[in-house]
Design a protein around this ligand. Structure first.
Ligand SMILES: Cc1cc2nc3c(=O)[nH]c(=O)nc-3n(C[C@H](O)[C@H](O)[C@H](O)COP(=O)(O)O)c2cc1C
Ligand SMILES: CC(C)CC(=O)C(=O)O
Length: 377
């Protein structure tokens, strides 16, 4: 795709990234774990759903506005940016470009702990008008973790997103084959060299996958529900648990006083064989009810995917790789293209489905394709 050409969908951005990014980076961004069954399912499960649109409703005005976390976070649309590590591999401006595009699109950005731009620099790029949450990995060294939380608070991040599906890195075979490591001109900007070398493993070490070794050395595998309490004891920020798939865990999360649940399988990069997130969503929504916000990420590539997730009870959706493909295409402008495409597609899908605001979306809008396959005609 030439730069002058019109981008018509997210998949075109991915194709561009595939042919323009270094293999080491594209493979890291695109891979799922093991046989990548869940990676395929994250898309396939959307294809197994069907809409039952309503007719003869006034759809001349569509409002995509949404408010999250008990009305404390208002957004122009429910399409937000999932945290993805090391964005400067996709474009020299990396997280700065994402933060600017998020603010320009009135979207919400979650910054990864493992960004290649610091918490403070991203906050400055996102500005006063921006909406930003910080994704937290809990380090074995709790002083390092507490310092991240403090810096996020001081830089105007308004929630913490605690990732709970990564006690250890999933098996990403492309990274093993490539001997993945962060290119030498980049670094994990939120940590000092000393912090990242504290246990003798650096992300740039020449191991099978430098990343897997780094995670194994640094991330706290002993994490339990008591650490959610610990986190609550050191911050007043709302906490969202990212990586919930089981309704039982969703109930426990609410019992532990979290303000949000992000139904996620980490872009199919952790345990292969888990359900697609759109399949896991209804059970979690049923378990949680209105006791806290429920969000979804994983395989969202179309406005119609967003519409399905919202109809099935998600308050907002997050996209990971589409933002990386936008970055690789044209930095800040590319991320804006990705977000705008999804917003426009969502608006169109709502109009065609007979909905003019998010409150109109109910589960009756979506049915399983098997309803039709097995129908007696
Ligand atoms: C390249 C890459 C890096 C990621 N890095 C992080 C991370 O640092 N922290 C985290 O909680 N999730 C991380 N994720 C998971 C995303 O936040 C999100 O769950 C996933 O990408 C959503 O699926 P999608 O890419 O199909 O939209 C990463 C995902 C990708 C693809
Ligand atoms: C550094 C990694 C743990 C980032 C991540 O979450 C991922 O690669 O999926």
């Amino acid at each position: 795709m030439a730069h002058s050409q019109i981008v018509t969908c997210i998949d075109e951005l991915e194709q561009h990234a595939r042919t323009h990014l270094p293999k080491n980076a594209f493979d890291y961004y695109s891979s799922g774990a093991n046989d990548q069954r869940t990676l395929a399912e994250n898309r396939a499960a959307f294809y197994r759903l069907r809409f039952l649109p309503r007719i003869l409703r006034d759809v001349s005005q569509v409002d995509l506005g949404v408010s999250l976390l008990n009305g404390t976070q208002t957004l122009a649309s429910p399409i937000c940016i999932a945290p993805t590590a090391m964005q400067r591999m996709a474009h020299p401006d990396g997280e700065i470009a994402t933060a600017r595009a998020a603010a320009a699109s009135e979207s919400l950005m979650i910054l990864s702990s493992w960004s290649t731009t610091s918490i403070e620099d991203v906050a400055a790029a996102n500005g006063n008008a921006g909406a930003r949450w910080f994704q937290l990995y809990v380090y074995r060294d709790r002083a390092v973790t507490a310092q991240l939380v403090k810096r996020a608070e001081q830089s105007g991040y308004t929630a913490l997103v605690l990732t709970v599906d990564t006690p250890i890195l999933g098996r990403r075979e492309a990274d093993i084959r490539n001997g993945f490591r962060l290119p030498p001109h980049l670094r994990l900007a939120n940590f000092s060299e000393t912090d990242s070398k504290a246990t003798g493993v650096s992300i740039t070490d020449k191991k099978d996958s430098g990343l897997a070794a780094y995670v194994a050395a640094q991330i706290d595998q002993t994490l339990t529900w008591k650490d959610v309490k610990w986190l609550q004891s050191i911050t007043k920020l709302p906490i969202i648990l990212k990586g919930v798939l089981s309704p039982e865990d969703a109930t426990l999360a609410v019992d532990h006083g979290v303000q949000g649940i992000l139904v996620s399988n980490h872009g199919a990069r952790q345990l292969d064989g888990v359900p697609a997130t759109i399949e896991a969503l209804p059970g979690i929504v049923a378990a949680v009810g209105s006791r806290c916000d429920v969000y979804l990420d994983g395989g969202v590539r179309r406005g119609t995917d967003v519409l399905m997730a919202l109809a099935l009870g998600a308050k907002a959706v997050f996209v990971g790789r589409p933002v990386l493909w936008g970055l690789a295409y044209k930095g800040e402008e590319g991320v804006q293209i990705a977000l705008t495409l999804l917003q426009q597609e969502l608006k169109l899908a709502m109009q065609l489905a007979g909905c003019s605001k998010l409150a109109d979306l109910t589960p009756s809008l979506v049915v399983s394709a098997s309803t039709y396959t097995h129908a007696k005609l």
